[in-house]
Design a protein. Structure first.
Lengths: 175, 737
């Protein structure tokens, strides 16, 4: 699954959807609406543990690189589900491909990395984080769907939106 | 992974379930719909109600973690008693615990009984408290459902003739009709995210979202413009704004001439509040104030939003009055997309005799009554000017000044005056008491009763612990909401252990203390603890809801489109009676024709008595203005008590929300921190004249310079409890050794 962050305030010009196959699964975050409330992380917990029981979850902070305009805080709607002892450190997006702590995944939980809420998708339901986002700022679907969503946002904001795949250096962009 | 079909964003669990029940979340004032899915009677998942008009399926993280909170480690499930606060708890059954409590309360006597309550406490608890206070004649009781600045002696009431909470606010679905929205104070995004959603919708559709306040936070970051002022100077900044509007003559002439009185008097009183003079006090450049005023002049209709959650208690009298004056000068009252929107409104004043006067236009269904040739004579409730010593709104302080009821300082004064008395509080009233001296006062009281679902600091000082059911476990009226809706909230879960609903506990206590006393909602003793009787009686006795009964609310809950009923819904409104408001809500026409009080270019038939004041107009002569200090403040550190007063203290083992949002640390600007030699995450000691607290420092980008932001849990310990109004306190910060 590809992750895309979009914002009106980003000056990055890279089109994160370029090179995507039309049927590839993409998760898009509208960084102008995200308020870092953490619903997505809790949704991930609720989905992957028996009801009412906490499960390991790691909230990742990322966002627009420092020095650029707001928004400065974006809470990524993702939690690392690689193992039963999620990393305490905050990193950028690299975990989507490589575990930042380089742990051996001997005690892998349900799946490696984000399991894309496989159970929900099979039932025809959207990802848990997308479904439960309190600001409705997450979109998941095929690249073709997301292109449509982003185009709509671009039109709404009169062409000011840039799509970016932002990887903050060190990922330490909480403030 | 390949998708065979486009996934649906349905609020449905992926687990097996065989039943679902709709309820209402009462964690904050948004009024979201909850749906609990269960399988074989056991809950399997909790979602927002997809079709609920307030949240449309979304839930904030607090609600998402609700289930874990209810069955967390701090949950109380059985009564317990002890002779002194140092002794270990002895488990007891309900009869023993209630007998013990009644005996000790009878010993201390009704006149030395202090019942603490807050507007965010459960409806049932407050009603029961009122019954007990009436029957026992106690020293202090939670008076009403209003924060002081919105009550009957507030200048807002004198201006418009309606208590602040009973103002006919727009619902969030109407916010998209605004050209500009000014959020005053607080941090809506952190405290009430679901209500913040419609604000972002409006902004995304081209509405200017402006923020004016001391807190900053995510709300200011998501706004199109933010004016962050020094704590406690919001009303000064608003005074300067009004000064500029009047100086530039940028007022809505038609509305002002039709519906407003006292404009010249206000202009004269605002003369000293020139932006050049006010700006240094607010910590803003003069140009910034002029810039905000220019924006507001340009935007119409404009909406002013204020008064969320715990922030309400810190609002001084001037702030809501100035907001109303601003809306009035802009001609944005009673128009779609315009007006003063006080969040967490409720139709109920308490006691019920405090309801709106008979000539309130809304009592007739919000409709234009038949045109009358002469103005109706004002009702006695209006013609009599509200007295500063209104006994329903104030309580005596030992030190002399009259304190508004429900104010933490009024409660503190009462606790100190009755060291040999008894104290009953719901939840954790200790965290609302200002300063260490108030806490010591409670510690010295002869008998302390704790009622509530969770273990906390108040219970640690108590002699009796009466475990109350959580609001998900009993039926209740959800009367307070940001969208002016009343909903019936049924129980979604069975009570935990032996916990009882608050009304049952009050009924048990009153049966022992005053067996002959019946609450007004009960015809026989069995009815005293019936939430349906209480809700039915309350609805019937309030002119704004008299056309409703509990069955209507139940129907609205179980309907294909849940969401409750919008008030006002007076008796005999419309031909079909009570369901016209329901259908309006379902259809989404939340601002029906009947709610529009003003249309530019057309004289409303009764413009002479549009508002239930003496002269039928908004009385700008009643606006109270803030004190304008002679010298600007120095660059010492100022404390602002703000933030999410969630039950973080109750659930230390379960951080339900990212700590930075929860704000249970001291938030500082990075330059201020650098000046004091403080780094992000380090332990610091904050001290003031009132006390000292040890907290963790968090460098926050949104906090103004020379300001430290603390949540009420810790911040109140640093506020001196001498003045009748809580003002930002001067504090010192140092790295802990």
């Amino acid at each position: 699954m590809r992750l895309v962050v979009v914002s009106q305030h980003s000056s990055l010009k890279q089109d994160a959807l370029s090179g995507c196959r039309d049927d590839e699964l993409v998760l898009a975050v509208d960084a102008d609406r995200c308020i870092a409330c953490g619903s997505c992380a809790l949704a991930c917990q609720a989905e992957h543990a028996p009801f009412g029981q906490p499960s390991p979850v790691r909230r990742l902070a990322a966002g627009i690189p420092p020095g650029q305009k707001a928004p400065r805080i974006v809470s990524l709607p993702t939690s690392c589900r690689q193992c039963r002892t999620p990393c305490a450190c905050d990193t950028g997006y690299a975990f989507w491909t490589v575990c930042p702590a380089e742990k051996a995944h001997a005690v892998a939980a349900q799946s490696l990395y984000c399991d894309c809420c496989e159970q929900r998708l099979r039932a025809g339901l959207n990802l848990a984080c997308v479904t439960r986002c309190s600001m409705k700022c997450l979109y998941a679907g095929t690249a073709a769907d997301i292109r449509f969503v982003l185009e709509e946002k671009r039109l709404r904001s009169m062409g000011e939106t840039e799509m970016c795949r932002c990887v903050p250096p060190g990922g330490q962009d909480r403030n | 992974m390949r998708l065979s079909n486009r996934p649906r964003k349905k609020q449905l669990p992926s687990r097996e379930y065989d039943a679902s029940e709709n309820g209402v979340c009462r964690l904050c004032t948004a009024g979201c719909g909850l749906t609990l899915f269960s399988s074989g009677g056991a809950p399997v998942d909790l979602f927002g109600t997809e079709l609920h008009p307030v949240n449309k399926g979304a839930l904030c993280p607090r609600a998402l973690a609700l289930y874990r909170q209810i069955y967390g480690k701090s949950r109380l499930s059985a009564p317990a008693i002890r002779e002194s606060a140092d002794a270990p708890w002895r488990p007891a059954d309900w009869d023993t615990a209630l007998d013990f409590t009644a005996r000790r309360m009878a010993d201390t006597g009704g006149e030395r009984l202090v019942i603490a309550g807050h507007e965010s406490d459960p409806f049932d608890f407050l009603c029961g408290a009122d019954w007990a206070a009436e029957a026992l004649g106690c020293a202090y009781r939670p008076g009403r459902f209003f924060a002081p600045a919105f009550g009957r002696s507030a200048s807002l009431f004198r201006m418009i003739g309606i208590c602040g909470d009973q103002l006919l606010s727009n619902t969030p679905r109407d916010w998209c009709a605004s050209r500009g929205i000014l959020v005053v104070g607080g941090d809506l995004a952190a405290e009430n995210p679901v209500t913040f959603g419609p604000l972002q919708d409006a902004r995304d559709r081209g509405c200017e979202l402006l923020y004016l306040g001391a807190r900053g936070g995510m709300t200011s970051r998501r706004a199109t413009g933010a004016w962050i002022v020094r704590p406690g100077t919001e009303s000064l900044a608003l005074s300067a704004l009004l000064h500029i509007l009047l100086r530039d003559n940028a007022v809505h002439q038609e509305f002002v001439s039709e519906c407003v009185s006292g404009l010249d008097a206000l202009r004269e009183r605002l003369a000293p509040y020139a932006p050049a003079r006010v700006a240094p006090h607010c910590g803003l450049a003069q140009e910034r104030l002029e810039e905000l005023a220019a924006l507001i002049e340009r935007l119409s209709p404009i909406q002013i939003i204020m008064g969320q959650l715990e922030q309400r208690r810190w609002i001084d009298d001037a702030l809501p009055a100035l907001c109303l004056a601003l809306a009035a000068l802009k001609g944005c009252i009673g128009r779609p997309g315009g007006g003063l929107n006080i969040l967490g409104a409720t139709p109920f004043a308490w006691p019920l005799t405090d309801n709106p006067p008979a000539n309130d236009a809304r009592a007739e269904g919000g409709k234009a009554a038949p045109a009358v040739t002469e103005p109706a004579s004002p009702s006695p409730a209006v013609s009599e000017p509200p007295r500063a010593d209104d006994p329903t709104d104030h309580t005596e302080s030992k030190n002399g000044p009259l304190l508004k009821r429900d104010h933490p300082l009024a409660l503190e004064a009462c606790i100190k005056a009755h060291p040999d008395g008894a104290f009953i509080g719901f939840g954790d009233p200790l965290r609302r008491l200002a300063g260490q001296s108030a806490r010591d006062g409670l510690r010295r009281m002869a008998f302390v009763v704790h009622m509530g679902p969770f273990d906390n600091a108040t219970r640690r000082l108590a002699h009796v612990s009466l475990p109350a059911a959580h609001w998900m476990e009993y039926a209740c009226l959800a009367h307070r909401s940001d969208g002016r809706a009343i909903q019936w909230a049924p129980p979604l879960l069975p009570p935990c252990g032996f916990a009882l609903p608050p009304l049952d506990i009050w009924a048990g206590l009153m049966r022992r203390l005053r067996p002959e006393s019946l609450p007004p909602w009960a015809a026989c003793p069995e009815d005293a603890a019936s939430p349906r009787r209480l809700a039915g009686w309350t609805l019937e006795n309030c002119p704004l809801t008299a056309g409703l009964c509990v069955d209507d609310l139940e129907r609205a809950r179980n309907d294909a489109s849940p969401g409750g009923v919008l008030w006002p819904c007076p008796r005999g409104a419309g031909e079909t009676g009570r369901d016209y408001e329901i259908s309006r809500y379902i259809r989404g026409n939340v601002r029906g024709r009947n709610n529009i009080l003003f249309t530019p270019g057309s004289l409303w038939p009764e413009s002479g008595r549009r508002f239930p004041t003496e002269n039928g107009r908004i009385r700008l002569e009643e606006v109270s203005l803030p004190l304008l200090p002679e010298a600007p403040p120095g660059d010492g550190l100022t404390l602002v008590v703000s933030g999410l007063a969630d039950r973080a203290a109750d659930h230390p083992q379960e951080p339900l929300w990212p700590r930075e949002n929860l704000g249970d640390a001291a938030r500082l600007h990075r330059d201020t921190a650098a000046k004091l030699g403080i780094e992000h995450g380090c332990a610091i000691t904050l001290s003031s004249a009132a006390g000292e607290v040890d907290v963790q420092a968090v460098i926050a980008p949104d906090v103004p310079e020379n300001v430290v932001v603390l949540p009420p849990e810790t911040g109140l310990a640093l506020v001196a409890g001498e003045e009748p109004v809580l003002r930002p306190a001067a504090v010192r910060a140092a790295r802990r050794k």
